[in-house]
Design a protein. Structure first.
Lengths: 479, 423
């Protein structure tokens, strides 16, 4: 192995290659601590050329590799299965071009999502996909997970904003996919790579669409006695033909956690749920829209509707929403953030079932979600050292996914499959579906060396069987 | 529990307990100066917490890499401000450094010199005074400039940080009691500091004048001393506790409503003194206020004079992250007629001074400082204001290196100037 480490160090220098056991330990997982696997080494390329030479060195020594951004992923996507080398893109963090006229930016993969919007601000532009982790997560991770965010409702997810990519293939070849014009010629390669979870190669450059900052923004906070009423309001707003920029629901338990944290926004602790509605567009059109939303909320039983008075108040509402996951850490040492999508009309009923599942397993389950997209995030707080609780967390998670699929939904909205949900792919896809997907992967990565052990089920028979009966394939914490 | 009296097992248990607050979300990463510079998870708050938990759970030994990280961390606590889960990393860090010292994982002459200075020099008023007498003489005779080219690199850099040492008469301790002026609004104590008392006497005097102008009688207890922050951060809870006890006693006798501090680092440490020495410090800790916070809460008497300048305020880490005070100093500065408060891009990022970090970790300290200076250079103010002696020295050295025209001062000096000379 030391031969490989030397080869890597000769590419990126001693300072750019970590291999001491303590250094590797901290790379064994991403934000989902349930799945852990220690890498052989961690390397920090600074250029596409570095990445190519790293890939070539790994190939020479027969060691797989896995790209990583900020490690905020929630599906164990960046874990280093099979002793892979972690190719950490954090030092490739330059914004190479910001074209205000044609509204696009060319960035390296390690650029932090929020930094791009910050850089575009003076040009009156912003990068629309805004995951709640946007202060930390990177464009490389966003592209790989096809990340969304509260504003996906109106603006679309990452895939709607990637114009072109530079990709280092697992063979070491560098390919350019798509074009800054946004027009696809021939196969939509960009579409295939966005959401591929780092299994098709390493993204070394992304050309991203920027949006003009809307002239006006209004943010409303509806307060409800229960989650179901908030969900009905969401359906009502959508049915009315309005296209809000965001529709986010936060339930009572989440409110309690957020209000105890540095992100406290003065949300009412006695509410069953709050709904954040953001409307944006030409300023003159907004007052009428605000009134319509107020009307719908009142009809569905809102106890109160507040409108953010100024930018500071709006920021406060959003900080509460975006700090919500982390704030849940106050309830228990670990947090399992689930991610599934259901048809919006079924939200109220599914939410009730999800809460019932949590109760039945005796778990602390709370909900904060992109309601406008029907994208649920049931969060389970637990302590991974308690093996009995861990079993229940996993069993409940499986039931939640089944419930969503039964309601006509899918098993991931934006966090990806990664290690976490690979064995649930059978809930959605047939053998033939999965086989076709595998063949696509083989085109890019014939030897399966780029981020192995992700997305595809690890066991063949799992597909039709009941995941609860089968027992969950859990990677042990110690590796 | 008093860390000075804790056994190793107890300390690791506490570290483990505190590490459980972290849900591994990663939101703290971009606020951490050492992560921003290195891009390394192990040099990020989340990574450091994971590492310490690993040691506490016996998964990895307390090895060199752990010790390195414990000291590469600036202790700026920006991660605490960012953390939605309420992780108290500052105290985890202190505990882990104490353990690194117990395991004797740091060595070399620099470490020994540091230990000697912290134990045998800093806590002793008279010895410090002698040292500063000597430094002042050397500076007056320009011996330092002559010797500069001959000095080893480390000492040359140390020299660049050293402010001009005031003449002896300006380093005399202030009177023990300064009477209130105008209508009396209360009686407060003032911490004068250890090194600050020698090198920043003018800031202490400005603080006394501004407090008096605002109707406060100020007691400056003679038997007060160093707050112990440097010791606590340097893995020496024993000395830190001893020093805290001395100040608890000194200010206890002074019978004051509040203990006003103009050094953010000292204030943050004093507010947490009960974490070191327990309940005997509770009343003391509860009275500690940064001077800006104190005046803002009391309501500032409007300054009569003007101070025409574009000013960038820069948050000391141990004020904004350590004490959660961000608005108060800005509020005060805004009340100065003629003064224009200008934003800049990196106000709450660390400047890299971090106690003695700029001496022990030169390279990282400079990298961290450069980021801030680039932001300040872009804003190009007339004055940079920051309320902590270490940051004042660091920013001054950096401003000189970047050839900025701005003066670097304590906000209280601007207030003092705006009140005009004593009538
Ligand atoms: C508090 C919190 C809130 C979140 N909120 C949201 C949300 O609202 N919406 C949402 O969609 N997600 C959210 N997430 C999940 C996560 O932030 C996203 O998946 C994000 O895109 C991950 O980015 P990262 O840089 O951290 O990537 P990592 O976690 O490091 O990696 C994620 C995947 O991307 C791959 N990858 C990384 N870099 C590259 C590259 N250069 N080339 C190819 N593949 C690469 C990795 O191999 C891995 O499979 C949240 C997470 C947290 C902790
Ligand atoms: S923000 Fe807090 S909870 Fe999240 S990783 Fe950092 S320390 Fe842990
Ligand atoms: S205290 Fe500062 S340097 Fe240390 S981990 Fe926290 S943010 Fe990073």
């Amino acid at each position: 192995m030391s031969g490989l480490i030397e080869a890597l160090a000769s590419v990126v220098g001693q300072d750019g290659c970590l291999s001491r056991p303590e250094e590797l330990l901290v790379y064994e997982c991403d934000a989902l601590t349930l799945h852990a696997a220690k890498p052989t080494a961690v390397v920090f390329p600074r250029s596409t050329d570095d990445v190519v030479r790293i890939v070539e060195a790994c190939r020479r020594f027969g060691t797989p590799f896995v790209p990583r951004g900020a490690g905020t992923g929630l599906s164990g996507g960046a874990t280093a299965n099979e002793g892979a080398v972690v190719v950490e893109c954090s030092r490739m963090n330059r914004i190479l071009e910001l074209n205000a006229e044609d509204r696009y930016a060319v960035v390296e993969p390690g650029v932090v999502n929020a930094d791009l919007s910050k850089a575009a601000l003076p040009s009156g532009l912003f990068y629309a996909p805004d995951p709640s982790s946007q202060l930390a997560c990177t464009i490389g991770g966003n592209v790989a997970e096809n990340s969304g965010g509260p504003h996906t409702l109106k603006y679309g997810a990452t895939t709607n904003h990637v114009l072109a990519l530079e990709l280092v293939l697992p063979s070491g070849a560098v390919v350019q996919l798509g074009s800054a014009t946004g027009w696809t010629v021939g196969y939509d390669w960009v579409g295939a790579v966005v959401g591929s979870e780092g299994t098709l190669g390493i993204v070394t450059q992304a050309t991203l669409r920027l949006e003009p900052i809307p002239e006006g923004v209004e943010t409303l906070l509806g307060i409800f006695a229960d989650v179901v009423a908030a969900c009905r309001t969401v359906s009502g707003i959508i049915q009315s033909g309005l296209v809000p920029a965001a529709l986010e629901v936060i339930d009572r338990r989440t409110i309690a956690a957020v209000e105890a944290s540095v992100y406290a926004a003065g949300l009412p602790l006695d509410a069953g749920a709050v709904l954040i509605v953001e409307l944006d567009g030409p300023a003159p059109a907004l007052p009428a829209q605000v009134e319509r939303v107020r009307g719908i909320a009142a009809r569905e039983g809102a106890t109160r509707v507040e409108v953010a008075r100024d930018d500071a108040e709006r920021q406060r509402f959003w900080r509460a929403r975006k700090g919500a996951f982390g704030a849940m850490g106050r309830m228990a040492p670990d947090l399992y953030v689930h991610d599934a999508v259901v048809p919006r009309a079924r939200l109220p009923e599914v939410i009730e079932k999800v809460c019932a599942i949590g109760d039945r397993y005796g778990l602390k389950l709370s909900n904060v979600f992109h309601a406008g997209d029907g994208n649920l995030h049931p969060n389970i707080s637990f302590d991974r050292r308690d093996s009995d609780e861990l079993e229940r967390v996993i069993a409940a998670g499986a039931e939640i996914l089944e419930t969503c699929v039964e309601a006509g939904g899918v098993i991931s909205g934006e966090h990806g499959i990664g290690s976490e949900k690979r064995d649930y792919m059978g809930l959605l896809f047939s053998e033939a579906d999965l086989d076709a997907m595998k063949r696509l992967r083989t085109v890019f990565d014939p030897d399966g060396v780029c981020n192995p052990g992700k997305i595809f089920p690890t066991t063949r028979f799992c597909v039709e069987s009941n995941p609860r009966a089968r027992g969950y394939d859990r990677v042990p914490l110690e590796s | 529990m008093d860390p000075a009296r804790q056994s190793s097992t107890e300390r690791w248990r506490e570290i483990l307990e505190r590490s459980l607050d972290c849900v591994h979300c990663g939101l703290c990463l971009p606020t951490c100066p050492t992560y921003r510079e290195t891009g390394r998870e192990i040099s990020s708050p989340r990574g450091r917490i994971y590492l310490l938990r690993g040691v506490a759970e016996g998964r990895i030994p307390l090895a060199a890499a752990v010790a390195e990280e414990a000291y590469l961390c600036l202790g700026c606590r920006a991660c605490e401000t960012a953390c939605p889960s309420g992780v108290r990393f500052g105290s985890m860090l202190e505990l882990s450094r104490a353990e690194v010292e117990v395991a004797q994982l740091r060595s070399g002459w620099a470490r020994r010199l540091e230990g000697w200075a912290l134990r045998s020099l800093v806590p002793h008023r008279r010895r410090l005074r002698l040292l500063f007498d000597l430094l002042a003489a050397v500076q007056r005779l320009r011996l330092d400039r002559l010797a500069r080219p001959l000095l080893p690199r480390r000492l040359r850099e140390l020299h660049a940080l050293l402010p001009p040492i005031p003449p002896k008469r300006d380093r005399r301790p202030p009177p023990e009691i300064v009477p209130a002026r105008g209508e009396r609004r209360g009686r407060v104590g003032l911490l004068t500091g250890c090194i600050a008392a020698e090198a920043f006497g003018h800031v202490n005097r400005a603080t006394l004048r501004v407090l008096a102008r605002n109707g406060f009688e100020v007691v400056v207890p003679r038997d007060q001393g160093c707050c112990g922050a440097l010791h606590a951060h340097g893995g020496d809870p024993e000395t830190a506790s001893e020093l805290a006890r001395r100040n608890v006693a000194a200010f206890g006798r002074a019978d004051v409503e509040a203990i006003v501090v103009n050094s953010a680092g000292c204030g943050a440490a004093m507010r947490e003194a009960n974490a070191w020495i327990g309940s005997e410090a509770e009343a003391f800790a509860a009275k500690v206020r940064d001077v800006s916070e104190f005046l803002d809460a009391a309501g500032l008497q409007p300054p009569g004079g003007r101070f025409e300048a574009r000013v960038c305020y820069d948050d000391p880490c141990h004020l904004v992250h350590g004490q959660g005070v961000a608005e108060a100093p800005r509020n005060l500065l805004r009340q100065i007629p003629g003064l224009k408060l200008e934003p800049h891009d990196d106000p709450a990022g660390c400047c890299g001074a971090a106690g003695i970090y700029n001496l022990t970790h030169r390279e990282m300290s400079n990298a961290v400082l450069d980021r801030k200076l680039r932001a300040l250079a872009a804003a190009d103010p007339d004055v940079i204001a920051t309320g902590n002696p270490g940051c004042l020295m660091q920013l001054r050295a950096g401003a000189a290196r970047f050839k900025l025209r701005a003066r670097v001062v304590h906000p209280i000096e601007l207030l003092d100037a705006a009140y005009g000379p004593d009538a």
